[in-house]
Design a protein around this ligand. Structure first.
Ligand code: GLN
Length: 546
């Protein structure tokens, strides 16, 4: 019988529920159990694809092309399991399904209500294919007490009843704030949060206490007493300098032992934590420093670039060499200050992005990296702009651009004819809706054998994830033949240019896809390994660490 673990949050948002869930899943994997994680988000958007990264952070993309919450990225990075479209749901999705069913007469004669109709759909989502794993972990977005979260809490409460006590546990993540002036950790918000949870019929089995300071045993006892738990089931989750140390820390605090004990599952002493120990060891050996500039426009909210930041962290651990990310806001970059801004920089990255703002400044940064032979990594929009920069400044096509930004240009990047047709955009001035036209998910790419990127991947055929609307316009392919810019990777059907590189340069690669989505702490992405290697060593065309 599958065991269900429901993870909820209290007190404040942003406590790292996604990372806690991932760490618990990783520990259960280390015990040899098969796991799956699902995310339930109470907001009313169908998916986060249309939300501003300023508000909601990065949109993560799965192999099968779902646009998801960034927590799904953590699940993949900690467990190594590729997430599926069917691993996440939002209220928007549930309600649209419900209303379609209502219109097609599925509930004929009945009054459609939150309980049982919405809650039943939530339960159906949780239970679907759960029999394929030993443990199904479900993270409920938001915090207990949020109005829109109520149907989810009700649904998981019902499942506790339906499936029986041995098969369901509730883990509640709360904050134990530290009051500086009183030099005290405060447990009251946790007590209130648990009270709130109990008022909707859920008694947590384990409380995970996030705090910046070590939680003394007497406070642990006190939380247990107020919240009806044994002291061992109050698990400290103290802030750590690296999120990949959390599985070891949770193990040390005994969370895996407690979960297995409560759920009557055998606890094996020989738990295999070697990959986490290896990461921990390498993380402690990090020295030196390499400075990587990221030129973009969502810098005030770092969650917008979550996977990118993590991919650099993975390369940092791999090289045991600190990667300092220097965030350069496009609005602060000009022709006059660019040399100063990049003076101490060992590598430049232009990440993915949408919209016109900051595009010319990014092109300025690319030109600087190309001319001064600074390692350069262009991701998605960064790749598109590096081709545009080359077309403008090397091939003298002065009006080269993407039709995303200028409809009266030489469109080196453009919508594909099928996208235009489907969305009534054949007439260029049309303001028709271009929603739903993104190329999303995993695609195969073939790398040219003589290219540097082929050396880096050490493979001709690769699979990477996409999230973009505009494509290299193959009409202009010829002008790059025998130029200094190689179109080094093509989609398997040869329709799309997927990777480029500037030939006479130590490291200048652009990729139309998002390699950062696939990097893992225990298998860093080869492009990030190679880019950081080049930035550390400043070597001429040495793409692969020997
Ligand atoms: N805005 C570009 C496009 O839609 C690039 C998108 C991205 O960088 N993810 O094609």
């Amino acid at each position: 019988m599958t065991k269900f673990i429901f993870i909820t949050g209290g007190v404040v948002s942003s406590l790292g529920k996604g990372i806690s869930t991932s760490s618990i899943a990783a520990l259960l994997q280390a015990h040899g159990y098969k796991i799956r994680i699902k995310k339930l988000d109470p907001y009313l958007n169908i998916d986060p694809g249309t939300m501003s990264p300023f508000q909601h952070g990065e949109v993560f993309v799965t192999d099968d092309g779902a646009e998801t919450d960034l927590d799904i990225g953590h699940y993949e990075r900690f467990t190594g399991i590729s997430a599926l479209k069917s691993d996440s749901i939002t209220s928007g999705k549930i309600y649209s399904k419900l209303l379609l069913k209502e219109r097609s007469g599925d509930y004929l004669g009945g009054t459609v209500q939150v309980i049982p109709h919405v809650t039943n759909l939530i339960k159906e989502f949780i239970l679907k294919e759960s029999e394929l794993v030993d443990f199904l972990l479900c993270e409920i977005g938001g915090t207990v007490g949020d109005i829109e979260g109520l149907p989810y809490f009700e649904a998981i409460r019902q499942l506790g009843y339906d499936l029986g006590k041995d098969n369901v546990i509730y883990i509640h993540l709360t904050l134990i704030p530290y009051l500086k002036h009183a030099s005290e950790l405060k447990t009251k918000p946790t007590q209130h949060s648990v009270k709130e949870l109990r008022s909707i019929g859920i008694q947590p089995d384990i409380i995970l206490c996030r705090s910046e300071k070590k939680i003394p045993d007497n406070e642990r006892k006190k939380i247990g007493l107020f919240c009806n738990l044994k002291e061992e089931n109050v698990i400290p989750s103290q802030d750590l300098d690296c999120i990949y140390r959390i599985p070891l820390s949770y193990h040390h605090e005994g969370i895996d032992k407690q979960i297995l004990e409560i759920m009557n599952m055998p606890y094996k002493d020989g738990v295999n934590l070697s990959k986490w120990q290896e990461i921990d060891k390498n993380n402690k050996l990090i020295k030196g420093k390499v400075r990587i500039a990221i030129v973009g426009k969502y810098h005030s909210y770092k969650d917008s670039y979550k996977s990118l930041i993590e991919a650099f962290k993975h390369a940092e651990i791999y090289h045991k060499h600190k990667v300092e990310l220097i965030w350069i806001e496009t609005s602060n970059l000009t022709q006059d200050n660019i040399a100063d801004k990049f003076e101490q920089i060992d590598g430049i990255v232009i990440p993915g992005g949408f919209g016109k703002r900051g595009v010319e400044q990014k092109i300025l940064a690319i030109k600087y990296a190309r001319i001064h032979k600074i390692p350069f990594f262009g991701i998605c929009l960064g790749m598109q702009l590096s081709v545009i920069e080359f077309a403008r400044n090397v091939l003298n096509i002065t009006d080269a651009h993407s039709s995303e930004f200028n409809l009266n240009c030489t469109p080196i990047f453009d919508l594909m004819s099928n996208q235009k047709k489907e969305n009534n955009l054949e007439n260029k001035s049309s303001k028709a809706n271009i929603g739903g036209t993104l190329r999303l998910g995993k695609y195969t790419c073939i790398l040219a054998k003589e290219s540097n990127i082929y050396k880096i991947y050490d493979s001709e055929k690769i699979e990477e994830r996409h999230r973009h609307r505009y494509e290299f316009n193959v009409k202009f392919k010829e002008i790059f033949i025998n130029s200094g810019l190689a179109l080094s990777g093509m989609s398997i059907d040869k329709k799309y240019v997927e990777t480029i590189e500037v030939k006479d340069h130590p490291w200048f690669i652009g990729v139309q896809y998002h390699p950062e989505y696939k990097s893992k702490p225990f298998s860093p992405h080869p492009l990030f390994i190679s880019f950081i290697y080049s930035a550390i060593n400043g070597q001429k065309v040495n793409y692969v660490k020997s």
